[in-house]
Design a protein around this ligand. Structure first.
Ligand SMILES: [Zn+2]
Length: 138
């Protein structure tokens, strides 16, 4: 048996019954990386504060990875996802709208996006959600 195989087995044994890295774990990792990069940009007190917060995130990450209290960790992860999923959905639909060059999107007062083909000229859109009118140029 090769060394890598044994290492993988050992890691699997070690993490068996532990939480490992979940979505919140990744978020903590990225937040920590971002904070440590920011802290290197800012010197002085602000840099030290950012660095300390990043260190707290790092400890949280390690603690959650190694934790055997799976119920509690899953609950934390679920709470994080309840907060994060709407943001993620908004970001990914904004990216999809940017990619879509064949349409122009108008934002209604009610928050709905109305899609119109590009290059039609002046348009009057009736929002399918609330029925109010939008005037625009596509
Ligand atoms: Zn509307």
């Amino acid at each position: 048996m090769g060394f890598m195989y044994r290492l993988r087995e050992a890691l699997a044994r070690f993490f068996y019954g532990r939480n490992g890295v979940d979505a919140l774990g990744w978020a903590l990792l990225f937040a920590q990386l971002a904070l440590s990069m920011l802290s290197s940009l800012f010197g002085g007190v602000l840099g030290r504060v950012l660095n300390s917060v990043g260190l707290v995130f790092w400890f949280l990450l390690i603690f959650r990875m190694l934790s055997k209290n799976l119920g509690k960790r899953r609950e934390e992860n679920a709470r994080f996802l309840r907060f994060w999923n709407p943001i993620k959905a908004r970001l990914s639909s904004a990216a999809a709208r940017r990619r879509d060059t064949a349409h122009k999107y108008f934002r209604c007062r009610c928050g709905a996006y109305c899609r119109v083909p590009r290059g039609v000229g002046k348009v009057e859109i009736t929002c399918p959600k609330c029925g109010s009118k939008i005037f625009g140029k596509s």
